[in-house]
Design a protein around this ligand. Sequence first.
Ligand code: CTP
Ligand code: MG
Length: 242
Amino acid sequence: MRYALVVPAAGSGRRFGASVLRKQYEPLAGATVIEHALAPFLADARCHRVVVAIAADDTAWPHVAARCGERGTCPIGAVTGGAERAESVLRALIALRSGLDDDEWVLVHDAARPCIARAEIDALIAAALPHPVGALLAVPVADTLKRAAVTGTTAVARTEGRESLWRALTPQMFRLGALAGALEAAQAASRQPTDESQAMEWQGYAPLLVPGDVRNIKVTTPADLALADAILQRNRTTRQTP
Ligand code: CTP
Ligand code: MG
């Protein structure tokens, strides 16, 4: 099989805090966050094309693209992302659609997830290939879940059952045409899915949950960056790193 990779990297990192650098370009374990997020895909012969969605005023990407280009032969393109993550992904899919058939597989992976391991990519692909819709990496919820009485306050209203609840990670893997159609339908309905699976779910599909690795964290705050650094340093010997 072969797949194209879409990497949404057009976010502003509001929760990471004010910085001249967007969080995806923060230095991390000898490279940058986004270079770690791309590394196992660039080392994967099945990945035949990469499209990264970047912000309109992004000046850091060309430097990263040049370094990534030295690491492999897979063509890496960029599109200007949108105001929401789903829009950034859709713009990248539209770019892919100009040269690829609708039944091509696409993996979507957040630029802010630098600890993705090759074993997870392999597990996702193995599960998605025979599935009629596609699949996503996810982790069963481990903590007890509390709902606050009012959004933004801290008084407990009740405890939510965690049975059957999973946290969705990336990558997520779907057919190019079906995913682009689902994101277009969401956009037409002015709905903002927070991952690809949600857009597919709104179309009536039931994507497959594939157990991922808890170390595949998303860098949201500076504390996550320190955690990602520890994970990458520890796994240096067994994982693909830039
Ligand atoms: N993203 C994107 N386009 C957007 C918003 C987000 O491509 N309009 C990307 C981010 O760059 C990131 C991924 O989607 O790689 C996951 O989003 P998130 O972690 O929420 O990043 P930000 O939106 O940048 O952070 P925040 O929500 O704290 O502002
Ligand atoms: Mg965001």
